[in-house]
Design a protein. Structure first.
Length: 202
């Protein structure tokens, strides 16, 4: 009788272990809330390097560790892009035709963890009338700044544009540019659905 009870208990334990043997993802139920998206366009010219940036303040939820598909869409105002220099700002706005195309559009989807705080996603980026799609775009998440950053090497030619040229060709902007996408996380959502400010790590 005791032997049957022991066998029953062993079988029951095996069943419980089998049922509960699902992978556990520590961060899966702690989504982050984006509060700011920044796009930077970096490049070089015959007079030096330049960086132009535009910021969108936006609250949106993105779960960096979830297994299900994650999607975030953003409309970025190109009319507010700033290069830190009035003439350069005006030239770039003219180059990307902000009067005709005042916004750029970014969609990030299918976000999946790879390793070492690195994620892969599908990026769809529209600037002027060109839409570019990248299926394995890499985002790197930094706990110290609570932001995810992706870098996209491009050329003005990829966008169907010509680099600005000024002063009869004396000042030329190189064709190669780098577009940085920065997603800033300000909050996490706890199990009660409350917004908890994220602490920057030093």
């Amino acid at each position: 009788m005791q032997q049957k009870i022991s066998l029953f208990l062993i079988d029951l334990a095996l069943i419980l272990l089998t049922v509960s043997a699902k992978p556990f993802y520590f961060y899966q139920k702690i989504p982050r809330v984006i509060h700011k998206i920044e796009i930077k366009i970096k490049g070089n010219s015959t007079v030096g390097k330049y960086t132009c940036a535009t910021i969108l303040y936006k609250k949106d939820t993105l779960n960096l560790e979830a297994l299900e598909k994650n999607t975030i869409k953003a409309t970025i105002p190109m009319t507010s892009i700033d290069c830190g220099h009035r003439i350069m700002t005006k030239d770039l706005q003219s180059t990307v035709k902000v009067k005709t195309f005042p916004n750029s559009y970014v969609t990030i989807s299918n976000l999946k963890f790879t390793a070492n705080n690195t994620y892969k996603c599908t990026l769809v980026f529209t600037l002027t009338n060109k839409t570019l799609t990248y299926k394995d775009f890499v985002l790197t998440y930094s706990k110290s700044t609570q932001q995810a950053t992706g870098i996209l090497p491009l050329t003005f030619s990829d966008l169907g544009l010509s680099p600005p040229v000024k002063m009869g060709g004396i000042i030329k902007v190189k064709n190669e540019i780098e577009v940085n996408f920065d997603l800033f996380f300000g909050y996490r959502i706890n199990l009660a659905g409350e917004l908890i400010p994220l602490q920057l790590e030093t």
